[in-house]
Design a protein around this ligand. Structure first.
Ligand code: SAM
Ligand code: SF4
Length: 350
């Protein structure tokens, strides 16, 4: 396994031309192809609502943001998007929203998950990305039929986490949530933003080691992009946007080398910085794409940052998996097998 110093060396080599990283990207893509095959899984992303109780310093839909029209999709709009995904042959959908913990929201998500399951005769996989919740809530949603959960750690350094969040947002609670999700039985995905103010190359190397140590099943990470009007947008990053794109691609490639069998998403933020951003992510070793299926009514208001692309991904040229398969990470299956046999996911005894 690559050491911290090796990761730092790879990450800090001069940024400039993407073609300089050709070998790294090709090596990572080859590892993906050998381990999990030349497939790209599609998840239809549905942005349920931009109402949020949190106030993360970087986010364009934070609660303290004035002038954001708040919306919530109706059940009909959600089901129309789900039908679209189902008819197009997607194996799974992702329900994402700002964080809310009130019973009206929790109960609604539970009902939506049950109905989506019924709608597809149980065949459509459901991933949730709805922030930090009580263990009981995670359990309710799991029992309703959701089986994957995305909760980014955002920055694995507690110090950096503290600098990009208000004082009442807790790193320890975020970590605790990740642990609970796993105990409940979800396939757990996490990730970070790349190119944040105050972030250094050492932090990025530590993020990769954090993913490895946490034995995650999925990862969604992407470049940080300033959201106008947020407190963090006034702070400068060490890297230009073009450099953040290149660093994000290096992070994807290095993570693929560290964790060959996990699901790694090529995120929307890559696309925001480059017209072929998601395709570049796949070329660097990613295997999951999340085309946006949010109906027009919501899309304009779910602006997490500047330049968020509104159009769907152009999938031409991809070896995309469009038959109705869930696309679970082989790593998760290995983790289940090993937890029942007492050995770890990589086959070694615990
Ligand atoms: N509220 C949930 C949460 O925070 O986990 C899910 C929705 S949140 C909008 C999804 C992700 O958007 C966050 O995990 C964060 O990494 C990302 N995000 C927010 N603001 C961003 C920015 N300015 N640049 C890049 N990514 C951003
Ligand atoms: Fe809310 Fe998520 Fe944005 Fe934080 S990142 S303000 S929790 S939507």
């Amino acid at each position: 396994m690559m050491t911290r110093n090796e990761l730092i060396t790879r990450l800090e080599s001069p940024l400039g031309e993407l073609s300089d990283d050709r070998e790294l990207f090709a090596e990572a893509a080859a590892v993906r192809d050998r381990t999990i095959g030349r497939r790209v899984y599609l998840r239809g992303l549905i942005e349920l609502s931009n109402r949020c109780r949190k106030n993360c310093l970087y986010c364009g839909i934070r609660s303290g943001m004035d002038g954001v029209g708040r919306y919530e999709l109706t059940d009909e709009q959600v089901f129309a998007a789900v039908q679209r995904a189902w008819r197009a042959g997607y194996g799974s959908v992702v329900l994402q929203a700002g964080e809310r913990v009130d019973e009206a929201f929790v109960g609604r998500v539970e009902r939506l998950v049950r109905r989506i399951k019924r709608l597809s005769d149980g065949a459509l996989g459901i991933t949730l990305s709805l922030g930090e919740q009580a263990p009981q809530t995670y359990r309710r949603w799991f029992e309703a039929g959701a089986h994957r959960y995305l909760l980014r750690i955002e920055a694995s350094s507690p110090e950096l986490y503290r600098r990009i969040h208000p004082a009442d947002h807790s790193y320890r609670e975020r970590l605790h949530s990740l642990r609970v999700l796993r105990e409940v039985g979800y396939q757990v995905g996490t990730g970070v933003m790349i190119g944040l103010p105050f972030q250094r190359v050492e932090d990025l190397a530590d993020d990769l080691l954090f993913f490895k140590e946490s034995d995650i099943d999925m990862c969604g990470m992407g470049p940080y992009i300033e959201a106008p009007g947020t407190p963090l947008a006034a702070c400068s990053s060490l890297w230009t946007r073009a450099e953040r794109l290149q660093l994000a691609l290096r992070m994807i490639a290095l993570l693929r080398l560290l964790m060959p069998d996990i699901n790694i998403a090529a995120t929307t933020a890559l696309h925001a910085l480059h017209p072929r951003g998601r395709e570049l992510g796949v070329e660097a070793g990613a295997n999951v794409l999340m085309p946006n299926l949010t109906p027009e009514e919501g899309r304009g208001e779910y602006r997490l940052y500047d330049d968020k692309p509104m159009e769907d991904t152009d999938l031409r040229g991809f070896d995309a998996v469009l038959e109705n398969v869930w696309g679970d990470s082989p790593h998760f299956a290995a983790r289940l097998r090993s937890s029942s046999s007492g050995s770890s996911a990589d086959g070694s005894e615990k």
